[in-house]
Design a protein around this ligand. Structure first.
Ligand code: UD1
Length: 346
């Protein structure tokens, strides 16, 4: 069984990806410092799959501790690197925190990849690298725009680092540019756990509907779109997760054309904020308390993916539509509430 090291394995996309890897015959170990995630995710992964995962509680900024994980596991066939800070607003307020965390951890990891001759590396990137695109849908060949935030800059620098690193044959890499990952595992055992007040749309919707937040804001209804609100490409986290398994298989089968290949991960469909809310109301039966608010600075007007490359080359098939995205996100929120209520009552 090939062993994959997943960094950030207790986080939102990392935990769903581990489930997918285990279901496709891989052995998985994880590194996560749990500074922004819960070690309980490992229990959830084990519950869903019936398989064991070892999480090393290691800060990737600590080179010696990171190296020790590779020394203990000399049979790692590939690395999937999720561990990073991802809050755009926080990155604007504390840029050095983002540069230090996201870049030092990547450098340390790549030093280990080189030292231990790990052949395959998959990097979590973001459609944020395209900025406000000149046209939509965007293909992987679209130009990279100046980053809107230090968070976005760390994704761009990560991509550049890997492009240069793989040129000298150290390993082969795939950069996966996620559009807007949402939803939760259909079992409602794993899902997103935002820290503090959620900044992203779907957790803001579900937390408002459940009553954790009094009201949510729709940031702008005067954009040049079909209903005035911004357009995004929401993609179910389990579809994103499976693309990582396919990316590893693609590298293992040496199907990659160059040392560093790039894939967009989106559905190819644009959904407005108001359409997302309407779909949520339909599938949950809950009327959402929201108001139209001013535009959020830095928001891109409209973006969605051309995903032909991932579909044709990775063999990626999207299983979940916007309804399932909203339904699984809502089931997860309901399950969190049921758990909180049972703690309160005991
Ligand atoms: C943001 C980041 C992106 C990051 C992604 C992580 C920016 C510019 N981009 O994407 O780099 O990879 O999160 O998931 O911040 N909205 C509301 N009300 C809310 C929250 C959001 O109307 O309470 C709207 C936003 O204005 C936007 C859409 O919902 O139009 C999606 O927002 P969000 O979920 O934050 O994702 P992005 O901004 O697309």
């Amino acid at each position: 069984m090939r062993k994959i090291l997943v960094t950030g394995g207790c986080g939102y996309i990392g935990s769903h990806t581990i489930v997918d890897l285990l279901e496709h015959g891989y052995e998985v170990i994880s590194i996560d410092d749990n500074s922004r995630s819960s070690a309980f995710s490992v229990n959830g992964i084990e519950k869903i799959t019936g398989k064991k995962v070892k999480n090393y509680k290691v800060d990737l900024k600590n080179f010696d501790e990171t190296q020790a994980v590779f020394q203990e596991n000399t049979d790692i066939a590939g690395v999937i690197h999720f561990a990073a800070y991802k809050a755009v607003g926080e990155s604007v307020a504390a840029p050095l925190l983002y540069f230090e965390n996201n870049l030092f951890s990547l450098i340390n990891l790549l030093k280990c990849v080189e030292e231990f001759s790990i052949p395959h590396f998959v990097f979590s990137s973001s459609c944020t690298v395209y900025g406000n695109p000149d046209s939509i849908p965007v293909t992987e060949a679209f130009p990279i725009k100046k980053a809107e935030s230090p968070y976005g800059a760390t994704k761009q620098m990560g991509e550049e680092m890997l492009t240069d690193f793989t040129k000298n044959g150290a390993c082969d890499a795939i950069l996966l540019r996620y559009f807007n990952p949402v939803g939760a595992h259909p079992s409602a055992i794993l899902g997103e756990l935002p820290i503090g007040k959620p900044q992203n749309l779907v957790p803001a919707i579900t937390q408002t509907a459940i009553g954790k937040l009094p009201k949510m804001k729709v940031f702008g209804n005067d954009y040049d779109t079909r209903d005035g609100s911004c357009i995004r490409d929401y993609i179910h986290v389990c579809d994103i997760a499976h693309a990582h398994t396919l990316a590893i298989q693609y590298l293992e089968n040496t199907k990659n054309e160059g040392p560093c290949d790039i894939f967009n991960l989106g559905t190819g469909l644009g959904v407005t904020v108001l359409e997302a809310i309407q779909t949520f109301e339909e599938v949950s039966g809950v009327k959402l308390n929201y108001e139209i608010a001013p535009r959020r600075p830095g928001d891109v007007i409209a973006i969605y993916a051309n995903n032909d490359k991932a579909v044709n080359k990775l063999g990626w098939q999207i299983k979940y539509g916007i309804k399932e995205m909203m339904k699984t996100a809502w089931d997860w929120e309901l399950k969190l509430k049921a758990e909180a209520d049972s703690v309160k009552n005991n």
